[in-house]
Design a protein around this ligand. Structure first.
Ligand SMILES: Cc1cc2nc3c(=O)[nH]c(=O)nc-3n(C[C@H](O)[C@H](O)[C@H](O)COP(=O)(O)O)c2cc1C
Length: 217
């Protein structure tokens, strides 16, 4: 399925060479003043911003929602950590007041998706579920996924999001991060580290960790 914006760009390519006096859309007002400005604006809106010219960078989109700022602090540290690894571009989105539908193109073009939610009533919060539900119409198979969030006592949200991501066939190579209430400096460092690990997975520069078999036993 082609992204909608590609159809818009095809239509613009047809219109651009024509002499243009007015635009009469199927519904909405007839645009008589500076119609070409609208065409330019549509080209701008339909051009993906996540891509750099050569598409050499990987992209990680971090979505979060946060009532008291705890998950937001985690998201910001995670994003800073991911950005510190060369070759990864990070975008951070607060889902408060946003409709899930507007992120479809963004999700489609991203290489990695991280979701941050506090645990409220033993669950992740609705804007996160709305966004995850909207992903069923997008090809997300094989993208990298991750979850994180602040909690008070039980902290179910992160595991539930991870399960959903796996159900959508994303790969979830790094265990999600839960932090109790307000993250302290060390915990924010752990968020940063999660961002770095995700970025390394995206760029294929995964650090090999030594497992102490004695400790496992
Ligand atoms: C109405 C309400 C319900 C909550 N329910 C849970 C819960 O079921 N389990 C839990 O671990 N924490 C629960 N919490 C605690 C929040 O997860 C915690 O305050 C968290 O730090 C909020 O993060 P935020 O600042 O990113 O919103 C609840 C908090 C509120 C206000």
């Amino acid at each position: 399925m082609r992204p909608f914006r590609e159809y818009v760009l095809d239509a613009i390519a047809l219109i651009e060479p024509l002499e243009l006096n007015l635009i009469a859309p199927a519904h909405g007002p007839i645009l008589r003043h500076a119609p070409r400005d609208y065409v330019h604006r549509y080209r701008e809106l339909a051009t993906p911003r996540l891509f750099n010219e050569a598409r050499s960078e990987k992209t990680l989109v971090v979505f979060y929602i946060s009532a008291y700022g705890n998950t937001r602090r985690m998201a910001e540290s995670l994003a800073a950590g991911a950005e510190s690894i060369g070759g990864v571009r990070v975008s951070l989105y607060d889902l408060e007041c946003s409709e899930a539908g507007i992120f479809t193109d963004l999700v489609e073009e991203a290489d990695g998706l991280a979701f941050g939610s506090p645990t409220i009533n033993a669950d992740a919060v609705k804007p996160i579920w709305d966004l995850l539900s909207s992903l069923t119409s997008v090809n997300v198979k094989g993208k990298l996924g991750a979850a994180f969030g602040s909690y008070g006592w039980s902290g179910e949200a992160v595991r539930l999001i991870e399960d959903r991501l796996r159900g959508l066939k994303l790969r979830v190579p790094v265990e999600g991060l839960r932090i109790k209430l307000v993250p302290d400096a060390g915990e924010l460092e752990a968020c940063r580290d999660l961002g770095e690990q995700l970025a390394r997975h995206l760029t294929g520069r995964v650090e090999h960790r030594e497992i102490d078999m004695a400790a496992l036993a």
